[in-house]
Design a protein around this ligand. Structure first.
Ligand code: GUN
Length: 294
């Protein structure tokens, strides 16, 4: 079988084009643009790249962005002061603090300090809880939502299908489980993780695998059923002296082994990656719409 390759660049471009249109409508209606604040604490190179991409995408779709960079030595109090200021700023409809912060910062306290009405990551327990209860109309976690958009775009029906989510993070695995099993999507979901017994057998039963464990090329060809749909959320940097940057990006799936068995597969990069930012833009619009309709 030769797999259909999911093109995240094309799908995200379609989502972003619609976002730009909706953004122009909101701006016209309310006389101000949606606003997103992106907070970066520290100087992690990967986080710097992600934050720059988010700010750039805002400009492309017509969202006002404010980037706040705090030094690696910033205290918890300093970060909380920034959050308080942004919570009170009526031009800001979404607040994102890039993860992971430096070790002196308690991320949970930061998440709790963000006004749930501006929580575009959907990390706050209020929003995560709403989603768990089946409300898909509010903020949704960007990466799992991006995966759902990809599946929808490629008309992959999941009703009654067996899905295996690999990884139990709050950012991807747990919300992914929730979205795949919600009413209307109707997959039967198994959440696997590092302590799962007989992981290979679990994976082999799956009609859909979503890999989000952060281990390069963990899912091998032998672990995948013929015809499975394979979505790779992993972005791992592997040292590679032949590349100009000294590393290459690889997912959590051994693409060359798995692609010949899969019916549909995402590449890394160019699969799920571009969708995360596209859905962040969507959440920012939702933030503004909700704030204006209160
Ligand atoms: N770091 C990696 N992914 C994300 C994300 O979706 N949101 C935030 N805030 N930080 C991240």
């Amino acid at each position: 079988m030769s797999a259909i390759l999911i093109d995240g660049k094309t799908v995200s471009a379609a989502v972003n084009a619609e976002t730009a249109r909706k953004c122009a409508e909101l701006t016209q209606k309310y006389g101000c643009r949606p606003g997103l604040a992106v907070v970066l604490v520290g100087d992690d190179p990967a986080s710097q790249v992600y934050v720059a991409s988010k700010v750039k995408k805002c400009a492309e779709v017509g969202i006002e962005s404010e980037k706040i960079v705090l030094p690696p030595t910033a205290s918890q109090k300093e970060v909380l002061e920034v959050i308080d200021r942004l919570n009170g700023d009526s031009r800001i409809h979404g607040i994102l603090v890039q993860s992971p912060p430096p070790p002196q910062i308690d991320e949970e306290k930061i998440i709790l300090a963000i006004d749930p009405r501006k929580d575009v990551d959907c990390f706050h327990p209020f929003n995560a809880g709403k989603m768990l209860q089946g409300d898909m109309t509010g903020f949704l976690p960007c990466t799992p939502w991006g995966v759902m958009k990809l599946l929808e775009y490629y008309k992959i029906s999941l009703a009654g299908k067996k899905a295996v989510v690999l990884g139990r993070s709050n950012i991807v695995g747990k919300p992914m489980m929730c979205m795949l099993s919600c009413k209307g999507v109707d997959a039967t979901v198994t959440l696997c993780h590092s302590r799962t017994a007989n992981l290979e057998e679990e994976l082999k039963r799956a009609d859909l695998i979503v890999a989000a464990i952060g281990k390069p090329e963990f899912v091998r060809g032998s672990m995948v059923k013929e015809g499975a749909v394979v979505i790779d959320v992993g972005i791992n940097r592997i040292p590679d002296a032949t590349r100009p940057k000294g590393y290459r990006l690889t997912g959590d799936v051994a693409f060359d082994e798995v692609a010949p068995k899969a019916s549909v597969i995402t590449p890394v990069p160019g699969g799920v990656g571009p969708m995360t930012i596209a859905m962040l833009m969507r959440n920012t619009l939702r933030g503004m719409e909700r704030m204006m309709n209160r």
